[in-house]
Ligand binder design. Structure first.
Ligand SMILES: C[S@@+](CC[C@H](N)C(=O)[O-])C[C@H]1O[C@@H](n2cnc3c(N)ncnc32)[C@H](O)[C@@H]1O
Length: 222
Protein backbone atom coordinates (compact mmCIF):
# COMPACT_ATOMS: atom_id res chain seq x y z
CA UNK A 1 0.00 0.00 0.00
CA UNK A 2 1.24 3.47 -0.75
CA UNK A 3 0.67 6.17 1.81
CA UNK A 4 1.22 9.87 2.04
CA UNK A 5 4.84 10.76 1.45
CA UNK A 6 5.65 7.05 1.57
CA UNK A 7 6.81 7.50 5.19
CA UNK A 8 5.90 5.73 8.43
CA UNK A 9 4.33 8.88 9.86
CA UNK A 10 1.70 10.51 7.69
CA UNK A 11 1.65 14.28 7.27
CA UNK A 12 -0.65 15.51 10.05
CA UNK A 13 -1.79 18.84 8.60
CA UNK A 14 -5.06 17.25 7.40
CA UNK A 15 -5.81 15.56 10.71
CA UNK A 16 -8.79 16.20 12.97
CA UNK A 17 -9.04 15.41 16.68
CA UNK A 18 -8.89 11.65 16.80
CA UNK A 19 -11.41 9.26 18.38
CA UNK A 20 -9.47 6.17 19.49
CA UNK A 21 -12.43 4.47 21.21
CA UNK A 22 -14.78 5.05 18.29
CA UNK A 23 -12.10 3.77 15.90
CA UNK A 24 -11.66 0.61 17.99
CA UNK A 25 -15.42 0.07 18.23
CA UNK A 26 -16.26 0.98 14.62
CA UNK A 27 -15.66 -2.36 12.97
CA UNK A 28 -17.63 -4.13 15.69
CA UNK A 29 -20.47 -1.60 15.42
CA UNK A 30 -20.63 -1.83 11.65
CA UNK A 31 -20.49 -5.61 12.06
CA UNK A 32 -24.01 -5.39 13.53
CA UNK A 33 -25.27 -3.79 10.36
CA UNK A 34 -23.14 -5.93 8.06
CA UNK A 35 -25.99 -7.78 6.37
CA UNK A 36 -27.83 -4.52 5.87
CA UNK A 37 -24.86 -2.52 4.56
CA UNK A 38 -23.39 -5.23 2.30
CA UNK A 39 -25.83 -4.59 -0.53
CA UNK A 40 -25.29 -0.82 -0.36
CA UNK A 41 -21.51 -1.08 -0.25
CA UNK A 42 -21.77 -3.26 -3.35
CA UNK A 43 -23.90 -0.52 -4.98
CA UNK A 44 -21.24 2.09 -4.19
CA UNK A 45 -18.43 0.01 -5.69
CA UNK A 46 -20.24 -1.50 -8.72
CA UNK A 47 -18.57 -1.43 -12.17
CA UNK A 48 -15.65 0.72 -11.10
CA UNK A 49 -13.12 1.76 -13.65
CA UNK A 50 -10.38 4.37 -13.67
CA UNK A 51 -9.56 6.43 -10.64
CA UNK A 52 -11.63 6.13 -7.44
CA UNK A 53 -11.58 8.13 -4.19
CA UNK A 54 -13.07 6.80 -0.93
CA UNK A 55 -13.93 9.95 1.04
CA UNK A 56 -13.51 9.48 4.80
CA UNK A 57 -12.57 5.81 4.58
CA UNK A 58 -12.90 5.15 8.31
CA UNK A 59 -11.34 1.81 9.16
CA UNK A 60 -11.53 0.72 5.52
CA UNK A 61 -14.92 -0.98 5.44
CA UNK A 62 -15.14 -0.39 1.68
CA UNK A 63 -11.67 -1.80 1.03
CA UNK A 64 -12.74 -5.47 0.65
CA UNK A 65 -15.21 -4.34 -2.04
CA UNK A 66 -12.61 -2.13 -3.71
CA UNK A 67 -10.09 -4.98 -3.58
CA UNK A 68 -12.43 -7.36 -5.35
CA UNK A 69 -13.21 -4.78 -8.05
CA UNK A 70 -9.50 -4.04 -8.38
CA UNK A 71 -8.98 -7.76 -8.89
CA UNK A 72 -11.36 -7.74 -11.87
CA UNK A 73 -9.96 -4.62 -13.45
CA UNK A 74 -6.37 -4.50 -14.69
CA UNK A 75 -5.88 -0.81 -14.08
CA UNK A 76 -7.97 0.63 -11.29
CA UNK A 77 -6.42 3.35 -9.20
CA UNK A 78 -7.74 3.40 -5.64
CA UNK A 79 -7.34 6.45 -3.40
CA UNK A 80 -8.74 7.24 0.03
CA UNK A 81 -8.62 10.01 2.60
CA UNK A 82 -9.26 9.80 6.32
CA UNK A 83 -8.44 12.59 8.80
CA UNK A 84 -8.66 10.67 12.08
CA UNK A 85 -5.27 9.09 12.73
CA UNK A 86 -6.84 6.22 14.72
CA UNK A 87 -9.19 5.36 11.85
CA UNK A 88 -6.37 5.92 9.36
CA UNK A 89 -4.10 3.39 11.09
CA UNK A 90 -6.89 0.80 11.07
CA UNK A 91 -7.57 1.52 7.40
CA UNK A 92 -3.90 0.89 6.67
CA UNK A 93 -4.20 -2.52 8.32
CA UNK A 94 -7.42 -3.33 6.43
CA UNK A 95 -5.73 -2.45 3.12
CA UNK A 96 -2.82 -4.71 3.98
CA UNK A 97 -5.14 -7.56 4.97
CA UNK A 98 -7.16 -7.19 1.76
CA UNK A 99 -4.06 -6.81 -0.42
CA UNK A 100 -5.43 -3.50 -1.68
CA UNK A 101 -2.98 -1.07 -3.23
CA UNK A 102 -4.48 2.23 -2.08
CA UNK A 103 -3.07 5.73 -1.93
CA UNK A 104 -4.34 6.57 1.58
CA UNK A 105 -3.87 10.12 2.84
CA UNK A 106 -4.48 11.75 6.19
CA UNK A 107 -6.70 14.56 4.91
CA UNK A 108 -10.11 16.21 5.23
CA UNK A 109 -12.79 16.25 2.58
CA UNK A 110 -12.97 20.04 2.86
CA UNK A 111 -9.43 20.42 1.47
CA UNK A 112 -8.54 17.42 -0.65
CA UNK A 113 -4.85 17.02 -1.44
CA UNK A 114 -5.60 16.07 -5.05
CA UNK A 115 -5.41 17.99 -8.30
CA UNK A 116 -8.49 19.18 -10.20
CA UNK A 117 -10.16 16.58 -12.47
CA UNK A 118 -8.44 13.57 -10.92
CA UNK A 119 -11.19 11.02 -10.23
CA UNK A 120 -13.78 9.12 -12.25
CA UNK A 121 -15.69 8.19 -9.11
CA UNK A 122 -15.79 9.63 -5.59
CA UNK A 123 -17.55 7.54 -2.95
CA UNK A 124 -19.14 9.11 0.13
CA UNK A 125 -20.18 6.31 2.47
CA UNK A 126 -21.75 7.56 5.70
CA UNK A 127 -19.48 10.61 5.95
CA UNK A 128 -21.55 13.71 5.20
CA UNK A 129 -23.11 13.20 8.66
CA UNK A 130 -19.70 13.78 10.27
CA UNK A 131 -17.71 16.11 8.02
CA UNK A 132 -17.56 19.55 9.67
CA UNK A 133 -18.42 21.49 6.48
CA UNK A 134 -20.30 19.24 4.03
CA UNK A 135 -21.01 22.12 1.58
CA UNK A 136 -17.32 22.78 1.22
CA UNK A 137 -16.60 19.05 0.96
CA UNK A 138 -19.04 18.71 -1.97
CA UNK A 139 -17.42 21.69 -3.70
CA UNK A 140 -14.12 19.87 -3.33
CA UNK A 141 -15.67 16.68 -4.73
CA UNK A 142 -16.80 18.72 -7.77
CA UNK A 143 -13.27 20.07 -8.17
CA UNK A 144 -11.52 16.69 -8.11
CA UNK A 145 -14.07 14.83 -10.27
CA UNK A 146 -13.19 14.56 -13.94
CA UNK A 147 -15.76 15.82 -16.43
CA UNK A 148 -18.24 12.94 -16.71
CA UNK A 149 -17.20 11.54 -13.33
CA UNK A 150 -19.68 10.79 -10.56
CA UNK A 151 -20.19 10.96 -6.83
CA UNK A 152 -21.80 7.86 -5.34
CA UNK A 153 -23.28 8.34 -1.91
CA UNK A 154 -24.87 6.43 0.92
CA UNK A 155 -25.86 8.76 3.74
CA UNK A 156 -28.27 8.80 6.64
CA UNK A 157 -30.41 11.91 6.94
CA UNK A 158 -32.81 13.48 9.41
CA UNK A 159 -36.18 11.72 9.48
CA UNK A 160 -39.54 13.47 9.30
CA UNK A 161 -42.05 13.72 12.14
CA UNK A 162 -41.49 12.54 15.67
CA UNK A 163 -38.38 10.54 14.77
CA UNK A 164 -36.73 13.66 13.32
CA UNK A 165 -37.54 15.57 16.49
CA UNK A 166 -36.05 12.73 18.55
CA UNK A 167 -32.92 12.86 16.36
CA UNK A 168 -32.64 16.63 17.03
CA UNK A 169 -32.70 15.93 20.76
CA UNK A 170 -30.39 12.95 20.59
CA UNK A 171 -27.70 14.43 18.30
CA UNK A 172 -25.79 16.48 20.96
CA UNK A 173 -25.38 13.31 23.04
CA UNK A 174 -24.91 10.92 20.10
CA UNK A 175 -22.12 13.06 18.65
CA UNK A 176 -19.89 12.30 21.64
CA UNK A 177 -19.51 8.51 21.29
CA UNK A 178 -20.18 8.63 17.52
CA UNK A 179 -17.19 10.89 16.77
CA UNK A 180 -19.17 13.92 15.60
CA UNK A 181 -21.92 12.13 13.64
CA UNK A 182 -25.12 14.21 13.29
CA UNK A 183 -28.35 12.23 13.18
CA UNK A 184 -30.29 15.34 12.21
CA UNK A 185 -28.51 16.62 9.11
CA UNK A 186 -30.59 17.54 6.08
CA UNK A 187 -28.06 15.98 3.72
CA UNK A 188 -30.66 15.65 0.96
CA UNK A 189 -30.81 19.46 0.68
CA UNK A 190 -27.02 19.72 0.98
CA UNK A 191 -26.67 17.33 -1.97
CA UNK A 192 -29.39 18.91 -4.07
CA UNK A 193 -28.06 22.45 -3.51
CA UNK A 194 -24.42 21.48 -4.07
CA UNK A 195 -22.53 22.24 -7.30
CA UNK A 196 -23.26 18.62 -8.29
CA UNK A 197 -26.45 17.51 -9.98
CA UNK A 198 -28.12 14.56 -8.27
CA UNK A 199 -29.03 12.07 -10.99
CA UNK A 200 -30.28 9.20 -8.85
CA UNK A 201 -31.55 9.25 -5.28
CA UNK A 202 -33.28 6.48 -3.40
CA UNK A 203 -34.60 6.42 0.14
CA UNK A 204 -33.70 3.37 2.21
CA UNK A 205 -34.96 2.53 5.64
CA UNK A 206 -32.17 1.61 8.01
CA UNK A 207 -31.89 0.52 11.62
CA UNK A 208 -32.63 3.45 14.01
CA UNK A 209 -31.48 5.93 15.09
CA UNK A 210 -29.56 6.62 11.83
CA UNK A 211 -32.52 6.32 9.51
CA UNK A 212 -33.61 6.89 6.79
CA UNK A 213 -30.67 6.65 4.42
CA UNK A 214 -30.26 7.97 0.92
CA UNK A 215 -28.21 6.36 -1.73
CA UNK A 216 -27.57 7.59 -5.22
CA UNK A 217 -25.30 9.35 -7.64
CA UNK A 218 -24.49 12.92 -8.61
CA UNK A 219 -22.50 14.41 -11.50
CA UNK A 220 -21.10 17.81 -12.36
CA UNK A 221 -23.76 20.30 -13.47
CA UNK A 222 -23.57 21.18 -17.16
C1 LIG B 1 -19.21 6.83 10.13
S1 LIG B 1 -17.56 6.84 9.58
C2 LIG B 1 -17.71 6.14 7.94
C3 LIG B 1 -16.49 5.43 7.50
C4 LIG B 1 -16.57 4.71 6.15
N1 LIG B 1 -16.75 5.63 5.04
C5 LIG B 1 -17.64 3.64 6.13
O1 LIG B 1 -18.41 3.57 5.18
O2 LIG B 1 -17.66 2.82 7.05
C6 LIG B 1 -17.28 8.56 9.24
C7 LIG B 1 -15.83 8.86 8.89
O3 LIG B 1 -15.69 10.21 8.46
C8 LIG B 1 -14.46 10.68 8.94
N2 LIG B 1 -14.42 12.15 8.90
C9 LIG B 1 -14.67 13.02 9.90
N3 LIG B 1 -14.47 14.28 9.50
C10 LIG B 1 -14.08 14.20 8.21
C11 LIG B 1 -13.69 15.18 7.24
N4 LIG B 1 -13.69 16.48 7.54
N5 LIG B 1 -13.34 14.75 6.02
C12 LIG B 1 -13.35 13.42 5.72
N6 LIG B 1 -13.70 12.46 6.59
C13 LIG B 1 -14.06 12.85 7.81
C14 LIG B 1 -14.38 10.10 10.32
O4 LIG B 1 -13.06 10.16 10.85
C15 LIG B 1 -14.89 8.71 10.10
O5 LIG B 1 -13.86 7.82 9.76
Amino acid sequence: MSQQGGSETPERSGAIDGHPIFAAAYDRLSGFGEGFLDEHRAFLTRDLDGSVLDLGAGTGDLFPYLASVAGENPDPSVHAIEPDLHMYRRAERTAEKEGLDVDLRLARAESLPHADDTFDVVIASVVLCTIADPDRALREVGRVLRPGGELRFLEHVRAEGYLGRAQDLLTPLWKIPAAGCHLDRDTRTTLIESPLETTEIERISAPPPATPMLRGTAVERR
